[in-house]
Ligand binder design. Structure first.
Ligand code: PLP
Length: 317
């Protein structure tokens, strides 16, 4: 393979020494996609498949130093952020990006930035201080090409500064959340539906109530809205739907059968790293998300049994 076919990508995230999530999941995903992975560590964690035991954040000034070391040297094609941990580190990342990418000409414009707004681990450990949500929203979202919240993250982000916490429990509330998050400044929002249950009927109902966006049933393609169908979807099956809303008004649903598995540690990290890799390889946003959902789904399906708890995905397929 010649060097030019290995696009350099960058992850800015926390370390998981057990190898299933964070920086380690990102680098494995980049490699699986044939990308060259650079990594900036915002925090060390002591964790394994049973949970997060402790967090040791990188000093913000050192995050900024790592950023300029990498960005001064390597022509990065796409960037993802994961666990940023606190306000200082979030601000340091944004400062360094703005220093490098001045946006004055094409070579100065920021590469596609995928922000995975990591807030809390599945085991319940804080990975982003609550007071850092403000910096995430006001400073990082406006320069993000895509943000990829799951249900809990979308609810938390939308309750920031609001009187009540929204409940995301079906496709309509996922769409509302995506649109509300879009108004905070990113170019596009992917609300992940791993913690929301949907059936084929729910999807048909959703399509019917959005007739105004003109959808062709089962043909699965419409003018402004598409259902990208992955695998068989008999009526009774429990489906997982990720909903992508972009600034141009397009909605895409990514549908696949639910897999009952405990091998889900680092699923969000893997998905966002896969999207980042796809973008670095020149895919459209929708194609990058579609390929990434398939990559992540297969990673769960073929996961090795590693550790005593919630195990990692397979990144080698
Ligand atoms: N640890 C780190 C460093 C992470 O970045 C993340 C998620 O982004 C997690 C843990 C969460 O892992 P889990 O999939 O178990 O919630």
């Amino acid at each position: 393979m010649s060097g030019s076919t290995v696009p350099p990508v960058l992850t800015i995230a926390g370390s998981d020494p057990s190898g299933g999530a964070g920086i380690q999941a990102d680098l494995k995903t980049f490699a699986a996609y044939g990308c060259y992975g650079a990594s900036i560590l915002t925090a060390l964690t002591a964790q394994n498949t049973t949970g997060v035991q402790d967090v040791f954040p990188t000093p913000a000034a050192f995050v900024e130093k790592q950023m300029s070391s990498v960005l001064d040297d390597i022509e990065i094609k796409a960037i993802k952020t994961g666990m940023l941990f606190d306000t200082e580190n979030t601000r340091a990342v944004v400062r360094a990006l703005k220093a490098r990418y001045t946006d004055h000409d094409a070579s100065g414009s920021i590469p596609p930035l995928v922000c995975d707004p990591v807030c809390v681990s599945t085991s319940g450990h804080t990975l982003l201080h609550p007071d850092a949500v403000e910096a995430l929203i006001s400073e990082l979202f406006p320069i993000s090409f895509l943000i990829t919240p799951n249900k809990a993250e979308a609810e938390l982000l939308l309750s920031h500064g609001a009187k009540s916490k929204p409940q995301i429990d079906d496709l309509e509330s996922m769409l509302k959340a995506a649109q509300d998050l879009l108004s905070l400044g990113p170019n596009a929002v992917l609300v992940k539906g791993g913690h929301v249950t949907a059936t084929h009927d729910d999807i048909q109902k959703f399509i019917a109530s959005h007739k105004d966006v003109h959808v062709l049933r089962d043909g699965l393609f419409g003018e402004n809205m598409e259902i990208l169908n992955i695998g068989r979807t008999p009526n009774s099956e429990q489906l997982v739907v990720d909903l992508l809303q972009d600034k141009a008004g397009k909605i895409s649903l990514f549908v696949r059968p639910r897999i009952e598995s405990t091998s889900t540690h680092g699923t969000g990290c893997t998905l966002s790293a896969a999207i980042t890799s796809g973008l670095a390889r020149g895919a459209s946003l929708e194609d990058a998300v579609r390929a990434a959902t398939v990559f992540t789904h297969r990673g769960i399906e073929t996961a090795p049994k590693i550790g005593k708890g919630n195990g990692p995905l397979n990144h080698l397929h």
